[in-house]
Design a protein around this ligand. Structure first.
Ligand SMILES: [Fe+2]
Ligand SMILES: [Fe+2]
Length: 475
């Protein structure tokens, strides 16, 4: 078998051609990755040629190329943002020391865990989304799904690069395990809860990419602050791609809402059954999907009080969102933060040491960011002249992790009894009937320029191509 020229095949700026050890590790891993892609990647897509962007450098002006490629031949590149040899650790106990180019022995286990946990989410989402291509509402949307899938694949490569480059044999084992766990698998599931949920339909996909890819943005942003410089530089570049994933989610939900409002205005009613009979997704169902994806996603930030979070911060492994823009001492000892807890069946605020509450700090930053997009969705409803509004639920609603997991809370933040929860759950979370209705709309609509009835066309195409461009050539 002829040797693959990896530095040619894998666009990179990490001097792959000169690193024999890393090359050997990748040579063993790469065929397993392709097998995983064939088995668990987008169903029925092997022969499609997809108009994809491929990262080819870290130049902000021209980091990507666009062109039709088969996804299994995608050039999964390895890119680190440019380094700064003077870079210093800028938070925690090591503040002011030189940033690390190698993994310090004392932080090895925690760093490995952080990288593996991040790495695990990347292939997980590809697995969750693997059937969606069969019911794409348009060729444009199909291409966006595939773009996200290949980039999550590249993000897996990014984490595997760190594991193989910096963690020796353990790293190679972890890289293999990342291909062995599977989303929703009863015996060997993905690490985090939200990544074992199904993404059964396109409304779920758009909510997932709006909310859950945004969790990715905040986790990655916190890691761009890391004292471990290769991790900081890798995640910085991953964020470049993440923006498109959230765009797909935000604009996708927005287009669903736009069509629903148009239908409501045409038939002059908000009656759920009539809106559904007219082939649009009623706003109540959209709100319940929003409630579900929002609550499952904010759980991803972890327990509101966590000694691990304190350790990760103090030892310089993971910073806060936009750490560098904050004006406090970046050590946080003696500072406090408000978290919610339950006392006598009521939610009350409690001051706790900030270092222990850093998961909550990141969750609150995420919440601020997600609310902004929901307001943009409301503008679409407003523009249609309708009085309805969408709203993110209270952060204590439907939680499975942390101090709020033990109680039932309504979307408005009111603690409720088990009986009230049971009576109202169908108003607050998607029901089997909602999901069956949404599923009933999911037909495949992939002629160039055609769109399924339940979703409005986008305002413009990808990379200045027309909306009816042949984004996918079916083989
Ligand atoms: Fe990702
Ligand atoms: Fe993403």
């Amino acid at each position: 078998m002829s040797a693959i020229n990896y530095s040619e095949k894998i666009p990179n700026n990490v001097n792959l051609a000169e690193d024999r050890t890393l090359q050997r590790a990748l040579e063993q891993w790469q065929p397993n990755f392709i097998n995983w892609w064939d088995d668990m990647g987008p169903e029925g897509s092997t022969d499609h040629e997809v108009y994809l962007r491929t990262a080819v450098s870290v130049d902000p002006q021209g980091w990507a190329q666009f062109g039709h490629v088969k996804m299994r031949d995608y050039r999964w590149g390895i890119f680190l943002n440019p380094g700064d040899s003077e870079r210093q650790v800028h938070f925690g106990d090591h503040k002011g020391e030189k940033a690390w180019q190698d993994v310090p022995g004392e932080h090895r286990a925690n760093l490995r865990r952080i990288i593996v946990t991040q790495g695990d989410t990347e292939p997980a989402s590809v697995e969750q989304q693997r059937h969606l291509g069969l019911t794409a509402p348009s060729m444009y949307d199909l291409r966006n799904l595939f773009q996200i899938n290949v980039e999550e694949g590249r993000h897996l490569w990014a984490m595997v690069y760190l594991l193989q480059k910096h963690f020796g044999r353990d790293g190679r084992e972890e890289a293999e395990a990342l291909l062995q766990r599977n989303s929703g698998d009863a015996d060997n599931p993905r690490i985090l809860g939200a990544f074992n949920e199904k993404t059964p339909d396109w409304l779920a996909f758009f909510m997932f990419t709006y909310f859950t890819d945004r969790d990715g943005k905040f986790q990655l942003a916190a890691l761009t602050e890391s004292a471990f410089d290769p991790l900081a530089r890798t995640t910085k570049f991953m964020l470049t791609e993440e923006a498109h994933h959230m765009f797909v989610g935000e604009s996708g939900v927005s287009r669903v809402i736009q069509r629903t409002c148009q239908v409501m205005n045409e038939i002059k009613t908000d009656d759920v059954q009539k809106v559904r009979a007219a082939g649009a997704i009623d706003l109540g169902t959209i709100q319940r999907y929003l409630n579900f994806h929002y609550s499952v996603t904010i759980d991803l930030f972890g327990a509101d009080q966590s000694s691990n979070a304190a350790t990760f911060y103090s030892s310089g492994l993971k910073g806060r969102y936009e750490e560098g823009k904050r004006t406090d001492d970046h050590v946080l000892k003696g500072q406090t933060y408000k978290v919610l807890e339950v006392q006598n069946g009521q939610l009350v605020e409690k001051e706790v040491p900030m270092l222990n509450a850093l998961n909550e700090v990141l969750r609150d930053d995420f919440i601020k960011d997600s609310v902004a997009g929901v307001e943009r969705w409301n503008k679409v409803i407003d523009k249609a002249g309708l009085p309805h509004r969408l709203k993110v639920p209270h952060k204590a609603f439907h939680r499975q992790i942390g101090a709020l997991a033990g109680i039932k809370v309504a979307p408005d933040g009111r603690p409720v009894s088990e009986a009230e929860w049971a009576a109202k759950e169908a108003e607050w979370l998607p029901t089997a009937e909602d999901r069956a209705f949404v599923a009933s709309l999911m037909g495949r609509c992939v002629e160039p320029g055609q769109f399924a009835h339940w979703i409005a066309p986008p305002a413009m195409g990808i990379n200045r191509q027309p909306i009816d461009f042949e984004y996918v050539r079916f083989g």
